[in-house]
Write a protein that binds this ligand. Structure first.
Ligand code: HEC
Length: 99
């Protein structure tokens, strides 16, 4: 007798093996894909979830102000160049005020 359970088991295994785009996206706490995302993920996830970064939408100038505030008031180490500019590039491109 051909088992219906065997067939169901196979389907479940295939589902597990399928790559999940959602899981990959989640690995970055909701930061959208884009150039320099790894850098932002590393610098900005040290103290808090990157989710609070991903939720923001600001102009380049306001992101710049926020980085200053993060250093002056929240204890973040100043980010050296060229990294700082690249972090700012990512933030103002992929998390801009009018996205
Ligand atoms: C040294 C620890 C530290 C690092 C590193 C850090 N932050 Fe923060 N950040 C904080 C703290 C603490 C708060 C909470 C401030 C508050 O709400 O009073 C915060 C809050 C925020 C908020 C929420 C601001 C709001 O309006 O409530 C944003 C956005 C943010 N950080 C962005 C960033 C970005 C972007 C980076 C990377 C460049 C970063 N943070 C790196 C400590 C850090």
């Amino acid at each position: 007798m051909r088992s219906v359970f065997a067939a169901a088991g196979f389907a479940a295994l295939t589902a597990l093996a399928a790559p999940s785009a959602l899981a990959q996206y989640d690995d970055y706490d909701g930061l959208p894909p884009g150039e320099n995302r790894d850098l932002v993920f590393a610098y900005c996830g040290a103290c808090h979830s990157n989710r609070i970064v991903a939720q923001q939408g600001l102009s380049r100038e306001r992101w710049d102000d926020l980085l200053v505030w993060m250093v002056d008031e929240q204890g973040m180490y100043p980010i050296d160049e060229p990294d700082r500019t690249q972090v700012l590039d990512y933030l103002s491109t992929y998390l801009s005020e009018d996205r």
